[in-house]
Design a protein around this ligand. Structure first.
Ligand SMILES: NC(=O)c1ccc[n+]([C@@H]2O[C@H](COP(=O)([O-])OP(=O)(O)OC[C@H]3O[C@@H](n4cnc5c(N)ncnc54)[C@H](OP(=O)(O)O)[C@@H]3O)[C@@H](O)[C@H]2O)c1
Length: 263
């Protein structure tokens, strides 16, 4: 097992990526602490993990609230004896595909500041409990490399999270903590479970198409592999980089785009 006896905290643990990663981490032997806003969603993931014999704990935590996140991390560390792995899989609801003329400054800034805020707050809270080793995983999308208009806020937010993750690796390397940013393209089997369904529906309605048709065309035309990532592939990759087997890797941006962008 890749993560035997590791303690993993997953923020946004009731979401599509957070939930899938939690299930995979648990199968790989980790004890899971799910944190998020909606108890039912967290409990659904927890029930799956328990049904497979895994160990899981659930708590409502607002991942934008510095004190709430710090207190939760302190409780986890007290209960479990430390924290080995943390994933921030929190979604910041926003819109995409709208031209600058239609986007107000607060709307533009919100996706940037909230993405950075939750990543900063959660990383700071868990790093204090990673004694001599640990892994912090962040999530981004190809937004900063998009070549069509309408992605100013989202794209800048992606670029900011990627830069934050790199510099966080610099900041924490001396404490033995690794930081990896997972950059996935749209994940078709995540979309119906995720805030991205509404986001893509709004965008594709404007384009005069549907989300399913747009995703199918994007996979066929824009990727090297003619397909997009699956939830299971993102979760499997996260488990590997969180494990000691990837102990040489930090400050990296993992390309999980099936070749929609090249490094
Ligand atoms: N889905 C994709 O195709 C895709 C691809 C690349 C990157 N990403 C990125 O990956 C991240 C996760 O995406 P996802 O598809 O898994 O989203 P999701 O299914 O909507 O899940 C996100 C989770 O974050 C939780 N959350 C939101 N705000 C929170 C807060 N302030 N405190 C605590 N929890 C909060 C939500 O809780 P509630 O359930 O209570 O609202 C939700 O369970 C996002 O940043 C997204 O942009 C997604």
């Amino acid at each position: 097992m890749l993560l035997k006896d590791k303690i993993a905290v997953i923020y946004g643990g009731g979401g599509a990526i957070g939930g899938a990663t939690a299930r995979t981490f648990a199968r790989e032997g980790a004890e899971i602490f799910l944190a998020g806003r909606t108890l039912e969603r967290l409990e659904r993931v927890a029930a799956d993990i328990r049904a497979e014999g895994g160990q899981v704990h659930v708590e409502i935590v607002d991942a934008l609230d510095e004190k709430a996140v710090r207190d939760h991390a302190d409780r986890v560390a007290t209960q479990a004896g430390g924290i080995d792995v943390a994933l921030n899989a929190v979604s910041i609801v926003h819109t995409q595909g709208r031209p600058m003329a239609e986007v107000g400054v607060d709307e533009f800034m919100h996706v940037i500041t909230d993405n950075l805020r939750t990543n900063f707050v959660t990383a700071k809270a868990v790093a204090r409990h990673m004694k001599g080793s640990g892994v912090i995983l962040t999530l981004t999308a190809p937004g900063s490399r998009i070549t069509s208009p309408g992605f100013l806020g989202h794209g800048v937010a992606c670029g900011a999270v990627e830069t934050f993750s790199r510099l966080l690796a610099v900041e924490l390397g001396g404490s033995g903590i690794r930081v990896i940013c997972l950059r996935s393209d749209a994940i078709p089997d995540a979309i119906p479970l995720s805030y991205t369904q509404g986001l893509f529906d709004d965008m594709t309605r404007r384009l005069g198409t549907t989300t399913d048709a747009w995703i199918e065309q994007h996979a066929r035309q824009d990727t090297l592999l003619g397909r997009l990532p699956k939830l299971e592939q993102v979760a499997d990759y996260a488990a590997f980089v969180a494990s000691d087997r990837a102990g040489a890797m930090t400050g990296a941006l993992a390309n999980l785009t099936c070749g929609s962008i090249l490094d």
